[in-house]
Design a protein around this ligand. Structure first.
Ligand code: GLY
Length: 413
């Protein structure tokens, strides 16, 4: 029996983590009842906040605000950086593709002073979809364009088209195809054909059996990665991306001295998604929401979960009704937890970070977990004259993916 991705994730890994993490779940259920530690503060305009991958670009955004520029232009300046960067696999050029190997991008923006919005979803071949969402806002009577229509509109507006799949992301996609499909990779007649993993899965895997299953799986994937030509030092990261499809994204919100606010979010979405899947980053109210009277919020993380709680809108509405940015964000996270009745064996497989900026300059960065791994905590980047990255306040202690789940030393693999 070929081990499908779905079977593998839902039995072997879930089994392993369920067994391994069940013991810790009480600790993980701890919430922010104590004093908040992490990214909570009050500053004054101009101030701009964004996700961690905007760190290298936030200075330029801040300078736009400082010189009296428009808040959406400032936010766009920040998030264009990762969109243009072929090494950022979460957005724009070099973003991880869909299951067909096509990079498919989502973005949306809101301009507070004019109370307008623009959005695009499922766009191919246009790397700066953040700017495209603004073009929809500026040059149409619509709010949201998707797919082929959005691409045609982009071409009409003079956006360049290009293949957004880099050599590096193409190889990771090939690793996904070869290890998660029955028909990709050398066939039976190929002299180099290697028997695929055919171990039957136990219906109730023990921690040990699930771990052995995972170890075999990762060993096999290493061989395939080597054949594909993924450099050895990148192989484990590539395998992780295949087994735990990431949802990297960037959001940015900005406030200027006139009290004007804007926000924008852009992404290549969930890695290996079904073509046509649109995530939260394209949706006004989920991936981004700005209300000139209240504040601005945006999200990175599990798009499906964020859509179901309309995260960014929920947070702004919470602030409208008097909550602090921290409490407003925590409430949205708790709604995600409520949707799973607090089932930690499922919540372990999702993550969500919110970036929140209130009209008075108060801000917060909150997340479901502390990070994807212990060495990379979730952070919000802030620039209010001083650029800094602060750890988010997390609802749960611990990380959403323990990677490798059992093999702390990659050399053990
Ligand atoms: N948050 C990005 C996505 O899920 O598409």
């Amino acid at each position: 029996m070929t081990v499908s991705r779905r079977d593998f994730i839902s039995t072997a890994v879930a089994g392993s983590l369920a067994v391994g993490l069940g013991q810790k779940s009480e600790a993980q259920k701890s919430t922010s009842s104590g004093p908040a530690t992490g990214a909570v503060g009050t500053s004054k305009a101009p101030i701009i906040v964004c996700a961690g991958n905007g760190y290298n670009y936030i200075e330029e955004g801040y300078n736009i605000l400082k010189s009296g520029g428009d808040t959406l232009d400032a936010a766009m300046r920040v998030i264009r950086g990762p969109e243009d960067d072929p090494n950022d696999t979460s957005v724009g050029l070099g973003g991880l593709p869909n299951e067909d190997g096509v990079v498919e991008l989502d973005a949306c923006c809101m301009h507070g002073p004019t109370r307008r919005a623009g959005a695009v979803g499922g766009v191919h071949n246009i790397k700066n979809v953040s700017l495209l969402s603004k073009a929809v806002m500026d040059h149409t009577g619509h709010v949201f364009l998707v797919g082929e229509g959005a691409e045609k509109f982009a071409v009409a507006q003079g956006f360049p088209t290009e293949n957004l799949l880099t050599d590096s992301t193409r190889k990771i996609w090939l690793l996904y195809k070869e290890t998660h499909s029955d028909w990709w990779g050398p066939g039976l007649s190929d002299p180099n054909w290697k028997r695929r993993l055919q171990r039957g899965l136990q219906s109730q895997p023990t921690k040990q059996s699930a771990n052995e299953e995972l170890k075999l799986r990762v060993e096999h994937m290493r061989e395939v990665a080597q054949d594909i030509g993924i450099p050895q030092e990148d192989q484990l990261a590539a395998i992780r991306k295949v087994l735990f499809p990431p949802t990297g994204t960037i959001h940015c919100s900005a406030l200027n001295e006139k009290g004007e606010m804007s926000g924008c979010t852009t992404t290549s979405g969930l890695g290996w998604k079904i073509p046509g899947r649109v995530g939260d980053s394209a949706l006004i109210g989920a991936g981004c929401y700005t209300d000139q009277d209240v504040g601005s919020a945006g999200a990175t993380g599990s798009g499906e979960e964020n859509i179901k709680v309309a995260g960014a809108h929920t947070i702004v509405e919470n602030m409208r009704h008097g909550m602090s940015p921290l409490d407003a964000g925590m409430d949205a996270l708790k709604r995600i937890v409520r949707n799973y009745n607090g089932d930690m064996d499922r919540l372990k497989f999702m993550d969500m970070t919110y970036y929140i900026l209130r009209k008075d300059g108060a801000y917060a960065g909150v997340s479901l977990w502390e990070g994807y791994d212990a060495n990379k905590p979730h952070k919000i980047v802030i620039h209010d004259g001083q650029r800094r990255a602060e750890k988010t306040v997390s609802l749960f202690q611990g990380v959403s993916e323990e990677w490798p789940p059992e093999f702390k030393n990659p050399m053990d693999l």
